[in-house]
Design a protein around this ligand. Structure first.
Ligand code: UTP
Length: 402
């Protein structure tokens, strides 16, 4: 119980006397195994470092089109040599979509079934066919959706993807706290937890023996990491892979041109000489409008959570600590009287590490522009912006029958 004292969380044992032997065991086990160090971010004083943001050059669609054949050849050769893997980030809770199922199970079809997972598998299979080889496919789930995800994909026969090349692994969970930093319980013998963000995926992959073996057996040199919810994205895109390899960069990042200077997307830049992503709220008015000699805006390319990471880089940075982001959310938990509640208002904090922060740990990144209308249809909400509705419109525009 030293751990509870160290983190000032003795209240977790509030109901200890009411628990039977098994329940006690479960709670003690969770206390022992759960990483409490997330809580340390509350005490960390940010060192005031001078931060210098400068523009980064993106490879534009015009430039890509000029060299498309060459990039495609390089990319396809790397895929054929078995050097490129795919990794689907599917551990999120998809709370904004409001479904109890994993987001990938959502059916965007209208006259026939078309699941979000299916869109991604179809795209992966297109590249498999083109390259003539199977591409190792990692899928990260979390405690909240692992079983449902696996059962669903098994039932759908992995939409035709050879299951030998699919490896699932589970990401870690982080404790949830109230607004004062006190860990919440969701049962008298259980700490409320949530997936620890999409940034810890490489360590979680290495912690899974089968996934690690596939990484090593293939001797993968590149991993294409992408979110579950962009139903139009190209995965293991040979042109993107080839362009990144040719550039010599450690990371490739698919980016879209912003629709206006204030669009709410993280923007690629250099931070103190290293590639980085600046959040839209940190972009000053002046920077948002700043243009270069050619009249183009200098901070104009937003990331879409589709990255190609060099595996040597991943091993190099695996023990580096990513920053912890504290997000304020509605968290189901026990109230002060031990009754289970579903709060109407945000009542606590979750802790997340983000994949986007890995970019800053690299020495070089190629922002690679894609056509928004052809590669960006994220499903975050049920209606409105970035929703099932808007994604359906874009899918149909791209000739996909719903
Ligand atoms: P989001 O940031 O959109 O989060 O995830 P979410 O959990 O899916 O949705 P909301 O915010 O609760 O509505 C972006 C991508 O990162 C994955 C998601 O599955 C999605 O592909 N992700 C997110 C994880 O894999 N693990 C996490 O802990 C969080």
């Amino acid at each position: 119980m030293d751990k509870l004292k160290k983190y000032n969380q003795m209240h977790i044992l509030k109901y200890e006397q009411e628990l039977n032997a098994n329940e006690k065991k479960e709670l003690y086990n969770q206390i022992e195994t759960l990483d409490f160090s997330y809580l340390e971010c509350f005490n960390k004083k940010e060192e005031k470092k001078e931060i210098q943001i400068t523009p980064i050059k993106a490879l534009t669609i015009n430039e890509i089109n000029r060299n498309k054949n060459e990039y495609k050849k390089i990319g396809l050769e790397a895929i054929k040599r078995g050097e490129v893997g795919m990794l689907l980030l599917a551990g999120g809770m998809g709370t904004r979509l409001g479904s109890n199922d994993p987001k990938g199970m959502y059916n965007v079809g209208l006259t026939h079934n078309l699941y979000i997972f299916e869109c991604l598998f179809n795209e992966a299979l297109r590249v498999v066919k083109e390259a003539g080889v199977m591409i190792p496919f990692f899928i990260m789930t979390s405690d909240v959706n692992d079983e449902k995800t696996k059962t669903f994909l098994r039932e759908k026969n992995y939409f035709g993807y050879d299951e030998k090349y699919i490896k699932f692994f589970i990401q870690e969970m982080a404790p949830c706290t109230d607004l004062n930093g006190k860990i919440l319980l969701d049962k008298k013998n259980r700490i409320a937890t949530s997936p620890n963000g999409n940034g810890g995926w490489f360590n979680s992959l290495l912690n899974n023996a089968e996934a690690k073996k596939m990484l090593e057996d293939f001797n993968l040199k590149w991993i294409n990491v992408f979110a579950v919810d962009n139903v139009l994205q190209k995965v293991a895109d040979p042109v993107f892979v080839g362009a990144t390899i040719k550039s010599g960069a450690e990371v490739g990042a698919k980016v879209i041109r912003k629709v206006d200077p204030y669009e709410k997307v993280g923007v690629m830049c250099n931070k103190n000489g290293r590639p980085s992503v600046i959040e839209y709220m940190d972009l000053s008015d002046e920077m948002a409008h700043e243009t270069g000699e050619d009249g183009e805006r200098l901070y104009n390319f937003g990331v879409i959570l589709n990255y190609l990471f060099n595996v040597d880089l991943l091993y190099k940075i695996k023990d580096d600590k990513l920053p912890i982001h504290v997000v304020t959310k509605k968290i189901e938990c026990l109230d002060e009287n031990g009754n289970a509640i579903k709060p109407e208002q945000p009542n606590g904090h979750k802790f997340e590490m983000l994949c986007v922060d890995m970019v800053e740990l690299s020495s070089s990144c190629l922002p690679y522009e894609v056509e928004r209308e052809r590669e960006f249809a994220p499903i975050k909400n049920k209606t409105g912006v970035d929703s099932v509705e808007s994604a359906r419109v874009l899918l149909q525009k791209n000739g996909i029958k719903l």
